[in-house]
Design a protein. Structure first.
Length: 143
């Protein structure tokens, strides 16, 4: 007689949310997706999505070898929040639906809208540091 089949190891899902989903949340999603290499599901959304991703954001991400040309701003939905294990807001926490059992973080970061690449790079680098720390929490390294 066999026992119950063990549940597969859960892959955590992270949702990054900012107002326009054209800057901070796009950088965070691309960086986490890159560093996690499939160990985390990543989404991003905006409470008032823009028409396209900020060109300076595309440029500074391209410097790291990350191409955002196929990405586009997406609207925030309750379904996306419900699917996430961790919801990270970046300047729009008050419009993000709150559901029990979710972990919510608010990353206070400058909005890169209208900034040149040299002013977006420090924002990107701060997001990268936070993403790496989050990844270490979500998927601890095995020895």
């Amino acid at each position: 007689m066999t026992g119950p089949v063990p549940a597969p190891v859960a892959v955590p899902e992270v949702l990054f949310v900012c107002v326009h989903n054209a800057g901070r949340s796009q950088m965070a999603a691309a960086l986490l997706d890159h560093h996690a290499a499939g160990r985390v599901r990543v989404r991003s959304a905006g409470s008032a999505p823009a028409d396209s991703i900020n060109p300076a954001v595309r440029a500074v991400m391209r410097e790291l070898g990350l191409d955002l040309s196929k990405r586009f701003p997406k609207p925030l939905t309750g379904q996306a929040v419900q699917a996430a294990d961790v919801v990270i807001t970046m300047g729009c926490g008050d419009v993000c639906p709150v559901f029990a059992g979710k972990r919510y973080l608010d990353w206070q970061l400058p909005d890169p809208a209208g900034l040149p690449p040299e002013q977006v790079r420090p924002i990107r680098d701060e997001i990268d540091a936070r993403v790496r720390a989050l990844l270490a929490e979500l998927v601890p390294a095995t020895s």
